[in-house]
Design a protein around this ligand. Structure first.
Ligand code: 5AD
Ligand code: SF4
Length: 497
């Protein structure tokens, strides 16, 4: 077991030079973007003076938390440019922030854009922009260019911060604008952000991925790993703390390799400790952790800091060592199980979640049974389960032994059934216990109930007692009365916090 003193916690002054390392072409560009934002804002102000109506926008987001946070940046820029969120009319500008991790995510986007063709005929000056992971693929850009003439602006993940300039070009030259940067991208600080929540915040700590799991398109569309400077991350979390944020989630494709590309010697465990020490934010989460890089130091930092949520998302992907090798995951079934054992021993009661792919090329019934056995042994609180989707350009797309859809679907259903029964059993063990819940707001389906999450990320619903008090954003104690597969129901015990 590692002693917590083994973690070298550098002095904050150690990082005073880090911001300079960050000054790159993108960073210089950001100054220019503010000028473009001003010019578009002036144009929108004039429109308002003339029509007594503000230009409106909608951002349609697809995919992961990283994209959710990018969507907050898009909204931040749009606000600076004088656009307001669309209420119930046809917006003046729609931005699709896309995902390409699985084929159905791409199909959805094409469906949405196609459906806007007639709308655009009726409202010619409406602008449709498409950005995000999908547009980092050449064949997608070609498809949009040829088949979706209603799309005015296309940009990628590496040049998101250049949105104002590209939109400016689109508006003032009245042409279609396509700009996909094929560089690996840079870390650009200072992009305006309009956060979705007043009490929960995403904080990106690194961009890109170096792992090249053989099924995954992410390294091709998000580029190589780039970590943000420690001083920039700390400045952001301190601000969030001052603003009263109750929960932050540190984001990266593989947070455990944070800092490997920097020279200041701060790894993820140290960063997490620094964040705990420099803020009083009650809940600190992170995702995603690659099992091959999860260090003993990280487990220690989690064990020693109660404000780090007792929850770990640790994608296993498959329980078969043979398939894990073909997936280029760099761990075996045994190594994964050992890691889980270590985590559970050191952090009792920790909730574990995972990602699993079924139907990976060459997966036999035996391999699949290995996956089921890992699920039974670990007893994950929850699992995101996916049917393998062939992604052009990845090594696995070229593997010969692709699995028929019906076989994959049948395995998927069996896996789901097993995981659901485990999730339900774990949830039932909460009945009668008191849990701390960060209240997210009223339930979408029942305004007499609140909904929130435990530190283990379980959804808890409970009755709203007093209509004059809004508990949103508060951490309250709830006694659990009953359990379902995906949620718990309880009664408010106290709302002191
Ligand atoms: N097919 C199915 N699932 C995939 N994932 C990534 N690529 C694919 C693919 N080609 C899943 C992995 C990953 C999660 C974000 O998406 O399980 O952890
Ligand atoms: Fe994809 Fe693997 Fe990187 Fe995760 S770690 S983003 S699954 S390549």
């Amino acid at each position: 077991m590692h002693d917590r003193t083994m973690i070298r916690v550098p002095d904050l002054d150690d990082f005073s030079g880090s911001a300079e390392e960050n000054i790159n072409a993108g960073q210089i560009d950001i100054e220019k973007q503010h000028l473009y934002m001003e010019q578009i804002r002036d144009r929108n102000d004039m429109y308002f003076a003339e029509k007594n109506r503000k230009r409106t926008y909608e951002v349609r987001n697809f995919g992961c938390q990283m994209n959710e946070h990018d969507a907050e940046k898009l909204r931040g820029m749009l606000h600076e440019m004088g656009y307001v969120p669309n209420q119930d009319e046809v917006p003046d500008l729609i931005v699709f922030n896309t995902c390409c991790v699985r084929e159905n995510a791409e199909e959805k986007v094409y469906g949405h854009i196609g459906a806007l063709k007639s709308l655009k005929r009726d409202k010619e000056d409406m602008i449709i922009a498409v950005c995000g992971c999908m547009t980092e693929q050449e064949h997608v850009v070609q498809e949009i260019r040829k088949k979706y003439e209603n799309v005015d602006l296309v940009f990628g993940t590496h040049n998101l911060h250049r949105f104002p300039e590209l939109l400016h070009k689109c508006i003032f030259t009245n042409t279609r604008v396509f700009e996909i940067s094929n560089t690996d991208g840079e870390v650009v600080e200072g992009v305006p952000v309009l956060r979705d929540s007043d009490f929960k915040a995403w904080v990106t700590i690194m961009y890109g991925c170096n792992n090249f799991c053989s099924y995954c398109i992410v390294p091709y569309v998000r580029g190589r790993e780039r970590s943000r400077a420690v001083c920039d991350i700390l400045a952001e979390v301190v601000e969030l703390d001052k603003a009263g944020i109750k929960e932050i989630t540190l984001l990266g494709q593989n947070v455990n390799s944070y800092g490997h590309d920097r020279r200041d010697g701060v790894d993820f465990a140290t960063l997490l400790k620094l964040i705990c020490d420099s803020t009083s934010i009650p809940r600190i989460r992170f995702m995603t952790s690659h099992p091959k890089d999860l260090s003993d130091e990280l487990i220690e930092v989690m064990a020693n800091n109660e404000r780090i949520c007792r929850h770990l998302h640790l994608p296993v992907q498959s329980g078969s060592t043979r398939i894990l090798e073909k997936m280029n995951r760099k761990y075996t079934k045994e190594k994964y199980l050992e890691l889980v054992k270590k985590v559970k021993e050191r952090i009792p009661g920790i909730a574990l979640s995972t990602d699993i792919i079924v139907g990976f090329p060459g997966e036999t019934e035996e391999d699949f049974n290995e996956t089921l056995s890992v699920v039974e042994e670990v007893r994950f609180d929850s699992a995101f389960t996916f049917i393998y989707s062939k992604r052009t350009g990845t090594p696995a797309a070229r593997f010969e032994d692709q699995i028929p859809e019906e076989v994959a679907k049948e395995r998927f259903n069996r896996l789901l059934e097993l995981q659901n029964s485990i999730s339900r059993e774990i949830n039932e063990s909460y009945v009668g216990r008191n849990v701390e819940v960060l209240v997210e707001g009223l339930s979408r389906t029942n305004d007499k109930k609140y909904t929130g999450r435990t530190e283990g990320n379980k959804v808890v619903n409970f009755d709203r007692m007093d209509e004059n008090i809004d508990l949103s954003g508060r951490i309250v104690t709830v006694r659990i009365d009953s359990a379902q597969t995906w949620s718990l129901n309880g009664t408010l015990v106290n709302s002191k916090n």
